[in-house]
Design a protein around this ligand. Structure first.
Ligand SMILES: [Zn+2]
Length: 162
């Protein structure tokens, strides 16, 4: 089974736009972690959308919409990337919206960890597992990081504490 987390942006009824993804294989401990190249620059977005992008960057994840690198994954490859890793196994995510997003990409059994009583990320990070490791690509390092999140969720599974 796998634990998956994504960070990105949703604006009103737009599709969720993924900028960072991490998948942890619970059995082997292997981590798959990628940033995403988005197909259009933020300057092409309408003003309200762009303002929401900036708000998310400053308050949720510290990831720049326009950051581009050849080592990043193109957005259109994300379904194949996920499917090759998880195959037909069960995938755990935290949060209803992330579950809905993933259900639209793959046909696997997907479990929302909120339904298992998993506490929120703030509690996981500040109270239960304060020494978790954030990756260093975020401009603000106390915000959400998918790499950190999948390890936080795995820690909770292993210890089953709330
Ligand atoms: Zn990160």
């Amino acid at each position: 089974m796998f634990i998956l987390d994504v960070q990105g942006l949703q604006f009103k009824d737009s599709d969720f736009v993924c900028k960072e993804i991490a998948i942890l294989n619970k059995a082997t401990g292997q981590l798959y972690h990628h940033f995403i190249n988005l197909p259009i620059p933020s300057k092409w977005l309408n003003e309200n959308f762009r303002r929401q992008v900036q708000w998310n960057t400053q308050n949720l994840h510290g990831l720049d919409w326009d950051s581009f690198n050849f080592s990043f994954l193109p957005l259109e490859n994300i379904t194949n990337f996920i499917q090759e890793i998880v195959q037909n196994n069960t995938v755990f995510v935290k949060g209803f919206n992330k579950k809905v997003w993933l259900c639209n990409l793959i046909n696997n059994h997907i479990v929302d960890m909120d339904s298992l009583g998993c506490p929120n990320f703030k509690k996981l990070k500040t109270v239960l597992f304060p020494n978790s490791l954030h990756c260093n690509t975020h401009s603000i390092n106390n915000l959400f990081c998918t790499r950190e999140n999948v390890f936080l969720l795995n820690n909770w599974f292993v210890n089953k504490i709330d």
